[in-house]
Design a protein around this ligand. Structure first.
Ligand code: OFO
Length: 172
């Protein structure tokens, strides 16, 4: 496997692992604050990011490279409020999109068209994830700081189809 492409793929593996931990921290915070809908959303999102990481690890190893399982930093324990959580999520996804775009660039520069083709799945996934984060954040902005509104938002999130897709099936 081309060394630059391998390096960029390993960098992406680290980003997906960090995303998974970050959303897991958000899920745990939400659960401890009685926000079960948000917790469900974030647990699913965390699982989804782990799946993204695994898909990359398998791809690198199957193509003759060496996938590096990364150490990830400790995510925050406390978050200010729901709007902060979803703003951070959107901010994070925008950074991940930049990193995917960089990966696409490296593939093209190195003329690695099969990895380029593989990475297109992540390009579409990022589009969906950013759109989902924006939809949720728009709803929260409409509610403002209203407590009753927050309660309804969280309850709706728990029952709604606005959830990340979980490739591994539902969590507990
Ligand atoms: Fe892996 O899709 Fe978001 O970060």
């Amino acid at each position: 496997m081309n060394k630059r492409v391998e390096l960029a793929l390993n960098d992406q593996i680290e980003k997906e692992a960090s995303s998974s931990q970050y959303y897991l921290a958000m899920a745990s915070w939400a659960e401890n604050n009685g926000l079960n809908g948000t917790a469900k959303f974030m647990y699913l999102h965390s699982d989804e990011e782990r799946f993204h990481m695994l898909k990359l690890i398998k791809f690198v190893n199957e193509r003759g490279g060496t996938a590096l399982v990364p150490a990830v930093g400790k995510p925050p324990v406390h978050f200010e409020n729901l709007e902060t959580v979803f703003s951070l999520l959107l901010e994070h996804e925008i950074k991940v999109t930049e990193s995917i775009n960089n990966l696409v660039d490296v593939c093209l520069q190195e003329k690695d068209y099969s990895t380029h083709n593989f990475v297109q799945w992540y390009v579409s996934e990022q589009l969906e994830e950013e759109a989902l984060a924006r939809t949720v954040l728009d709803k929260l902005k409409l509610i403002g700081g209203d407590k009753g509104g927050m309660y309804m938002f969280d309850r709706d999130l728990e029952n709604s189809a606005i959830q990340p897709t979980n490739p591994a099936g539902p969590t507990a």
